[in-house]
Write a protein that binds this ligand. Structure first.
Ligand code: ADP
Length: 233
């Protein structure tokens, strides 16, 4: 059943890519034309509707990107491109990108970032943090979220901690599995793929991911990454 699901996901994600690319291009042209003609400025309904479509298109892009990652992983085609990464700078950029999402959810975002560099895949690391932060918003019940970067001997530790719904002990291993979810579809929508992809990326860089959680009290995800200085890049 998993293989059939994988094949379907792979075909579906590739088929979705083409119309989505065209949609995205048309949307940016629409924004450009609307701005040049003055329509965007003169009619607030136009700006509002375009904004809604752009956000929904962005969500579709993210979903399709997730599906493409899944098919890359299950077909053994995942490749890491490790280069010199300033982790602190990268995390600062990501936190900045997340500022409005946290503000909208009324969540305080606190960070403690030690300077660390290493040989990592920048895009994959970005996805890892994006997944953890999106989950912290989704499952965080509006409580503050902490992000820490620590230097370890020979590597780095990334910590994302929320004070949200938590995960019961018997479900904690399950959430790192493919389609593994600790909540019902009715309560929270989702594919159950983000943490599996996250774990796969982290392990592909030689690292590990663990969680500490208490139901109703919150969850901390802890990622340890070797600096990869000895890796061939
Ligand atoms: P999704 O959120 O799409 O279900 P994920 O793979 O990101 O998929 O997460 C798997 C499951 O782990 C979720 O369904 C949820 O039950 C649990 N989970 C993930 N992050 C958190 C968190 N920060 N707090 C509580 N539960 C979480």
């Amino acid at each position: 059943a998993l293989r059939v699901k994988d094949e379907f996901l792979s075909i579906a994600s590739h088929e979705l890519r083409t119309p989505l690319t065209s949609l995205s291009l048309q949307l940016s042209l629409l924004r450009r034309d609307g701005s040049q003609s003055g329509l965007l400025q003169s009619d607030p309904r136009f700006e509002k509707r375009l904004g809604v479509i752009e956000r929904q298109e962005q969500k579709l892009e993210e979903l399709v990107a997730t599906l493409l990652d899944v098919s890359r992983i299950t077909s053994g085609k995942l490749e890491m491109e490790c280069t010199n990464v300033d982790l602190t700078e990268l995390v600062c950029d990501i936190l900045e990108r997340f500022e409005s999402a946290f503000a909208q959810a009324g969540i305080e975002l606190r960070s403690q970032l030690e300077p660390v560099t290493g040989q990592w895949d920048r895009l994959r690391l970005d996805q890892v943090l994006t997944n953890l932060l999106s989950n912290a918003i989704k499952y965080g019940r509006g409580k503050p979220v902490d992000v820490c970067i620590q230097r370890l001997s020979g590597g780095a530790r990334i910590l994302v901690r929320d004070q949200g719904i938590g995960i019961s002990p018997e479900k904690q291993a399950l959430v790192f599995e493919r389609f593994g979810r600790a909540v019902s579809e009715r309560e929270y929508g989702g594919l159950g793929l983000g943490l599996w992809i996250t774990r796969t990326f982290v392990e592909a860089m030689g690292g590990s991911i663990e969680l500490e959680s208490e139901e109703g009290r919150g969850t901390a995800f802890i990622i340890d990454l070797p600096s990869g200085e000895d890796r061939n890049v």
